[in-house]
Design a protein. Structure first.
Length: 462
């Protein structure tokens, strides 16, 4: 009897311990859940306050600390808006896509998603989302905002033909102060390696001097683009450019160019590989043929930053009279741009390139290394207009001197600047005006020049 009582006591003790452990675990779980719920509520409240104050960057940083909440509609909504408006476009798009699967009737979320697709250049998808919201007759201010985006997408398509499949023509009229990049010097110095024999000879060839002229230019082009799927696209195009100088017909130029390639979009990267060829004529005579392979990569770094890189290999073949200039050219380039999420959408772009020209006829005096640095700044005062300023600096260092008659090896230093303004007249017509200035300094008297141009263009896309 005593043993039986002891056995029952042990059983009760075991069951009591098990019940206590279970109760304690449940208590801990309930406490943790309540604490987590309170923590979530606090996070949501803080993110809403930051979004209300338009401090999108701080809201995104806060949300990034709670990535375990991804997949919860309330979090995805707040986090997606913060990410889109602080430049973290892929993250924002993914969050809002998840949210809209759960809550497809939220117009604010769909508008922010459309903005995200617009900013990455996915215009077809952006237009689809904008037009979805328009179907439900939103308030007038929302309709006006959507129309601005729709107009901007049309403007971008016109400004850059490579963003849209189709054809175009452009007519340009202007003035060129130096159509042939002729020198402003009147004499060339020879024999300066032997100073006692150095002489200066007058430049008598008029084609080597500055030739100012008014000009007209016609540009035609067509491109075929097909998106295969899975981020892959293929494209091909043809461009024709002809330029006529009224006072310097010997420098008229014609260019025929064709290209084909493919693009691949994966994650934050866009990759392109292009094969292109061109024929270039001067004064009606064939001057040069070019064949090039070009590889390009672009990366969306978030917060409005984009990095890019290029690698290009080209072969230049000249007509018989200039065949001594045949060469291969290898080019590498890097770029960084910043899009500011403020009024007028200012954008800064910095690019640098390095290239090596290697002559194919053992003319080491034509071998050269070229380095360049370019800074561009643009603003968009309205959905229909764009203003851009470009500054560039370039050096060209040649490998050797062609003759002892010249005092030293050729080195060039080129400065360039341009100001461009474009305005979308309607859905098909784009008007542009451009001013540019270039000045080249050289250790050889025949190569320094100054050149200014002013032009107006009208482009039609069809």
């Amino acid at each position: 009897m005593i043993n039986k009582n002891i056995h029952l006591t042990r059983q009760l003790t075991v069951k009591l311990n098990a019940w206590l452990k279970t109760s304690l675990a449940l208590l801990i779980l309930i406490s943790s859940t309540l604490a987590f719920a309170d923590d979530k509520t606090s996070v949501y409240d803080d993110m809403r306050k930051l979004l209300g104050a338009e401090d999108y960057q701080a809201a995104y940083v806060l949300g990034s600390r709670y990535k375990l909440l991804q997949g919860e509609p309330h979090f995805d909504y707040l986090y997606g808006i913060a990410a889109i408006n602080s430049g973290y476009l892929p993250q924002g798009i993914l969050a809002l896509e998840r949210y809209l699967k759960a809550v497809p009737t939220n117009d604010r979320a769909r508008l922010e998603l459309a903005k995200g697709y617009y900013e990455i250049g996915a215009y077809a998808r952006a237009r689809q989302e904008f037009e979805f919201v328009l179907r439900y007759n939103p308030p007038a201010n929302v309709r006006n905002k959507i129309q601005q985006y729709l107009d901007a997408m049309q403007a971008d398509s016109l400004i850059s033909k490579r963003n849209k499949t189709g054809s175009y023509f452009e007519l340009t009229a202007g003035y060129d102060s130096n159509s042939n990049a002729g020198t402003y010097n009147n004499e060339i110095e020879f024999g300066s390696n032997t100073p006692d024999l150095a002489v200066r000879t007058a430049i008598t060839d008029p084609d080597a001097k500055e030739n100012p002229s008014r000009f007209v230019q016609l540009t035609l082009g067509s491109q075929f683009l097909r998106r295969v799927g899975g981020g892959l696209g293929v494209y091909a195009g043809l461009d024709l450019d002809t330029k006529h100088y009224f006072s310097a017909q010997q420098f008229d130029t014609d260019t025929l160019a064709a290209y084909t390639g493919f693009s691949f979009l994966k994650g934050i990267g866009l990759y392109r590989l292009t094969l292109s060829g061109s024929k270039f004529f001067v004064g009606g005579n064939e001057y040069r043929n070019t064949l090039s392979w070009n590889g390009e990569a672009r990366y969306d770094l978030g917060s409005g930053y984009e990095a890019s890189g290029i690698a290009q290999y080209s072969e230049l073949k000249h007509a018989d009279a200039s065949s001594s200039q045949d060469a291969t050219v290898f080019t590498l380039g890097l770029g960084l741009s910043k899009q500011f999420n403020t009024s007028w959408k200012p954008r800064l772009v910095l690019r640098t390139t390095w290239s090596q020209d290697s002559n194919l006829n053992q003319r080491v005096d034509l071998d050269k290394q070229t380095k360049s640095l370019r800074l561009s700044a643009s603003v968009t005062p309205s959905a229909k207009s764009n203003l851009a300023l470009n500054l560039a600096y370039q050096t060209a260092d040649y490998a050797d001197s062609f003759s002892n008659d010249f005092k030293n090896i050729r080195e060039d230093e080129l400065w360039q600047t341009s100001l461009n303004y474009s305005y979308l007249l309607n859905k098909k017509w784009l008007w542009r005006t451009s001013l540019s200035w270039a000045e080249n300094d050289s250790t050889r008297d025949i190569f320094p020049y100054r050149r200014g141009t002013a032009s107006m263009s009208l482009r039609y896309l069809f």
